[in-house]
Design a protein around this ligand. Structure first.
Ligand code: SF4
Length: 142
């Protein structure tokens, strides 16, 4: 997002992320952030996107957490519900303190309702337990 000031008015430019078209939407805002003019959006989802960006910008956080006893030391996780953009860094820092026990399965909830914001951190990958994977390999070789 970029922004230009013209007296009491602001013009912001956003790239709409609601679909792969990625329209460049230019919006003129009044002194109370009211939308006065908008162009560049190919559909009304662009209007919703910019309104959300002005009132409560949200993003999905893809990251990873440590795994104990797994065949890999990390598992990818993400926030299926977009979270407040201003708290992304805090959650990213928090994920560095998390260590889960293997096995981890896709869809496992690693953190539920982080800081009461309704944000979940969910596994998006599999990490089998190292001993089980080792036993299976031995059984196949026998
Ligand atoms: S404005 Fe509509 S067409 Fe353009 S990126 Fe957003 S959703 Fe896609």
């Amino acid at each position: 997002m970029s922004e230009e000031l013209q007296g009491n008015y602001r013009t912001r430019t956003d790239i709409c992320l609601r679909c792969p078209m990625g329209c460049e939407v230019r919006t003129m805002l009044g002194p109370d952030d009211e939308i006065l003019e908008m162009n560049g959006n190919r559909c009304k989802l662009g209007v919703e996107y910019v309104e959300q960006e002005i009132k409560d910008p949200r993003r999905v956080l893809p990251t990873s957490v440590r795994v104990r006893g797994g065949i890999r030391p990390l598992v990818p996780v993400w926030t299926p519900e977009p979270m407040p953009k201003g708290r992304l860094l805090d959650l990213a820092k928090h994920t560095r303190t998390i260590e889960v026990e293997a096995p981890v399965h896709v869809g496992d909830v690693i953190v539920d309702d982080w800081e009461g914001l309704g944000v979940r951190l969910v596994a998006s990958g599999e990490v089998p337990r190292a001993e089980e994977a080792h036993r299976e390999t031995e059984a196949k070789g026998a």
